[in-house]
Design a protein around this ligand. Structure first.
Ligand SMILES: Nc1ncnc2c1ncn2[C@@H]1O[C@H](COP(=O)(O)OP(=O)(O)OP(=O)(O)O)[C@@H](O)[C@H]1O
Length: 248
């Protein structure tokens, strides 16, 4: 049973956000986007190449600052937060999973999973870290280096690393993009479990309609604008909507 979280206050609320990169000839990467991500819900973000997906993810996560509009994280406007407060808020509340895993090759699985908390100066919860490593199916492999693991296993380490800090929201940028079908499904299953069982909000950028359909809803970007939204997605409905969006 999917948790729709319709009555929950959003973990992240983006309102009328615009962003133009210097040197882009004035083309807006984001052009007045409003969207909210609630606890216990999974939202996929799709759109043609260059439509603004990564920019939306970066602005929503406080990795990049919008030119105008607001981003609220756990009810607090983060646009005015200065460093290092913004970094602190992000470390406390936000987890990331990237297509290329972004693991430290010189560190073991165990130390990779604990690294963000160590960098944040937080004493890691080792019991929870063991639990999440076990949840992602890597119990007994804590001493391995990323180079000794398959792509799917590396992505599961990255997910354990994100979950170890108990984030309220996880931003995943093409988390299955480098994986074969089976490993991709394993990672999506684990992401879905994090949403359903831990109440994490999840935002996933993907180009793959089948992956997008694991979400509760899919939002579609084109030319920096949110142009469509699909609840209860299926791979077929997502693919059809993508065709329509790309043909604009
Ligand atoms: N650092 C940057 N400097 C200049 N322009 C940028 C930068 N990052 C993104 N852009 C531009 O902003 C627009 C949106 O890019 P963005 O990466 O958000 O799109 P995307 O939908 O994630 O694309 P893709 O699917 O190819 O990853 C594009 O026109 C891109 O060229």
């Amino acid at each position: 049973m999917r948790n729709r979280g319709t009555t929950t206050a959003p973990v992240v609320e983006v309102t009328e956000v615009t962003k133009t990169y210097p040197g882009s000839g004035g083309v807006r990467a984001l052009d007045g986007v409003s969207v909210a991500f609630a606890a216990g819900t999974f939202c996929s973000v799709m759109g043609p190449s260059g439509s603004g997906k990564s920019t939306l993810l970066h602005c929503s996560a406080g990795l990049d600052r919008p030119d105008s509009g607001q981003v609220r994280l756990a009810g607090r406007e983060i646009g005015n937060l200065r460093e290092p407060r913004l970094t602190e808020e992000r470390r406390r509340r936000v987890g990331f999973v990237f297509q290329s895993y972004n693991l430290m090759d010189s560190l073991s699985v165990w130390h990779n999973v604990l690294l963000p908390q160590r960098l944040a100066g937080v004493r890691p919860d080792k019991t929870w870290a063991r639990e999440v490593i076990s949840r992602v199916g890597l119990a007994g492999r804590e001493d391995r280096r990323p180079g000794q693991l398959s792509g799917g296993q590396r992505q599961r380490v990255a997910l354990a690393r994100a979950l170890a800090a108990r984030p309220e929201i996880i931003f995943a940028d093409e988390p299955t993009g480098a994986l074969d079908l089976t490993s991709g499904r394993e990672v999506l299953t684990l992401l879905r479990e994090a949403v359903n069982e831990l109440g994490t909000a999840l935002v996933m950028v993907t180009h793959d309609p089948a992956a997008a359909a694991w979400a509760d809803r899919v939002v579609f970007l084109a030319d920096g604008q949110l142009v469509a939204e699909l609840a209860d997605p299926t791979a077929e409905k997502v693919a059809a909507q993508m065709m329509a969006v790309s043909a604009r």
